[in-house]
Design a protein. Structure first.
Length: 238
């Protein structure tokens, strides 16, 4: 395991008067996959929103590559190397696959590298290369998820934030998406994954955190968490 690329310390965040995060702390080692697990409303997506600059914390800090980033604008964080794939994909339905991908690389100034990055996306997801001129809204749900991940990869992130990538997908497509997440990590990109499918998440992640009502109640190596009775009972169906 490498040094911490992302450090979240004692994070607190509100939606209006409702406290959504209570002193959340976690680390993501460079070159690893970390997973956030928990029921709906546990604070997983809120944690990603704070890290990516979409929500400002009221207390605590976020450090990326040794620099404090909490309170930074999202566009600045994308340029720094933090890119989020949101829950629900949020692709541009009326644009083509190619146009969606090119928008993902908008922050890059090196056209040659952007072309090289798009080829890498097609290596991960060959179907996208076959549908370049197709309107994104006409793709299947699985293909739209591939496009959302591919669009994020066009920015060449150092830290990829994935929010429920398997949501609503058939089991075979879930396996394909997780295979690609493993390939992305093997190529050097650090991943922080929010996922309801605890079986798949704990299989691919090096480290995992269990959130409950906005608090981290467990954090350990994934292999160790898989052995804990409370995790097996609540999330693994044992």
């Amino acid at each position: 395991m490498g040094r911490p690329l992302l450090t979240v310390n004692e994070l607190e965040a509100y939606y209006g008067r409702v406290c959504a995060l209570h002193s959340v702390s976690l680390e993501v080692a460079e070159g690893s996959v970390a997973a956030l697990l928990g029921a709906n409303g546990a604070g997983k997506t809120t944690t990603l929103r704070v890290i990516s600059g979409l929500l400002r914390p009221t207390r605590g800090s976020v450090e990326f590559d040794g620099k404090r980033i909490d309170g930074s604008n999202p566009d600045r964080l994308v340029r720094a190397g933090i890119v989020q794939v949101p829950e629900g994909r949020q692709i541009f339905a009326d644009l083509t696959v190619r146009e969606n991908l090119m928008l993902g690389g908008y922050a890059r100034r090196d056209g040659g590298s952007a072309r090289q990055e798009s080829q890498r996306v097609f290596d991960y997801f060959p179907r996208l290369g076959e549908r370049l001129q197709q309107r994104a809204g006409t793709l299947s749900g699985g293909e739209q998820q591939m496009l959302a991940i591919g669009r994020a990869l066009m920015a060449r992130p150092r830290l990829l934030l994935l929010d429920e990538p398997s949501l609503g997908l058939a089991p075979l497509l879930v396996k394909e998406i997780f295979r690609v997440i493993g390939d992305i990590r093997a190529a050097g990109t650090t991943v922080l994954l929010v996922e309801q499918n605890a079986h798949m998440a704990l299989r691919i992640a090096d480290h995992a955190y269990l959130l409950e009502t906005g608090r981290v109640i467990l954090g350990d190596r994934s292999a160790a968490l898989r052995q804990r009775e409370e995790v097996q009972r609540a999330y693994l169906g044992h």
